[in-house]
Design a protein around this ligand. Structure first.
Ligand code: ATP
Ligand code: LTN
Length: 329
């Protein structure tokens, strides 16, 4: 059975971009694979977090994993900082990665734009190396993520191949990314040229998985479109409408082509109204399940059990890696 690993940062509540770009695959994959899903809290402190809030968000994300359908009987759910192997392997991989390749990461460039070197935390720079450690620690074959993580997966593969070549053995399994085509990148509702994000200031730029029906409706009705009133997919000329079509299509399972036909000559009013309904129907059960799980004993048990199972795998890999590198006695 192939092994799957993925992680989400506890930097805020998950939105439909996270869901359609990543979590939906998490659920589909667990039927045929051994899946390990992590709350990557150590990644989230690359930028300062309010400790009280961070702790809440960690549990929120774990509960959301379960609310969207990750089944702890099939998959491992755990918290990154509770398994020390991530930090250990992170250091080892840091020693095998180059300043040049890390400087080329677009996420690093984005996050450090306009800042002086003196004020960029080095954790932002080495962030992809910790991500590589997450993946390689579990000998993962497949990593389901949004398109924005492609470069980080490529780096992970490069590091694994580089080290395997150096030692002339399979120290690491070389993983593959799994990216969704349609709707893999959901854009912000108020600005369809930037991606929907947990951290954007405008709350109406996103639809969170925990939003009320009223908030969802308001966000969609306010969403930026254009003035020609034609429901047609055209990323260049009609980014707003195209984004809404992507969301509609992934939630409803109706192809974008069929949606274009369905709304021919209708303008945006009806299209948006129906999209509100489709979105609310998809999100309501997630929100309700979340409420049940979030403060339950079940969640504590799942995370304790997840930590144990993750640790058992991590220990073995780390022992193998240390031997190959000649570390210890
Ligand atoms: P954000 O910018 O919203 O804070 P993020 O990029 O920092 O999110 P995570 O929260 O760790 O990253 O994202 C979890 C998963 O969701 C990742 O696989 C990521 O690729 C995916 N993802 C994030 N934003 C989007 C989006 N707008 N569309 C599709 N997938 C996304
Ligand atoms: N960098 C990712 C989150 C992340 C991740 C991982 C995803 C950290 N470690 C390991 C997959 C596998 C992000 O920001 N979306």
């Amino acid at each position: 059975m192939k092994r799957v690993f993925s992680g989400v940062q506890p930097t805020g509540n998950l939105h439909i971009g996270n869901y359609l770009g990543a979590l939906k695959q998490f659920v589909e994959l667990q039927e045929q694979h051994q899946c390990i899903y992590c709350v990557v809290d150590m990644h989230s402190i690359t930028l300062p977090q309010e400790p009280q809030e961070l702790r809440e968000h960690i549990l929120d994300i774990a509960a959301l994993y379960m609310a969207v359908g990750v089944d702890p009987k099939k998959s491992i759910i755990f918290i990154q900082s509770e398994v020390s192997g991530h930090a250990e392997l992170g250091w080892i991989l840091n020693c095998a990665s180059y300043m040049g390749e890390l400087s080329r990461m677009t996420q690093f460039k984005d996050k450090s734009k306009g800042k002086e070197n003196g004020s960029i935390p080095s954790g932002i720079f080495t962030y992809p190396v910790l991500m590589a450690a997450d993946i390689l620690l579990y000998d993962a074959d497949i990593v389901p993520v949004g398109n924005d993580q492609k470069q980080h997966i490529e780096l992970t593969r490069d590091l694994a191949i580089r080290i395997n070549n150096r030692f002339q053995k399979q120290t690491f399994v070389v993983p593959e990314g799994r990216f969704l085509k349609e709707g893999a990148r959901i854009m912000a509702l108020d600005d369809p040229t930037s991606k929907m994000s947990k951290s954007a200031e405008n709350d109406f730029s996103r639809i969170s998985l925990l939003d009320s029906d009223t908030k969802i409706k308001k966000a969609i009705m306010k969403a930026t479109t254009d003035s020609d009133a034609v429901v047609r997919y055209d990323i260049e000329k009609k980014p707003g409408v195209s984004n809404l079509l992507s969301i509609y299509s992934t939630f409803s399972g109706i192809s974008i082509e069929d949606l274009e036909k369905q709304y021919e000559g209708c303008g945006y009013g009806n299209f948006k109204k129906d999209l509100v309904e489709v979105t609310i129907d998809a999100i309501r059960p997630i929100r309700e399940r979340f409420e049940e799980i979030r403060n339950s004993l079940e969640l504590t048990k799942v995370l304790d059990d997840g930590r144990e199972r993750a640790e058992a795998i991590a220990e073995k890999t780390l022992a193998r890696v240390k031997t190959d590198f000649g570390l210890g006695r």
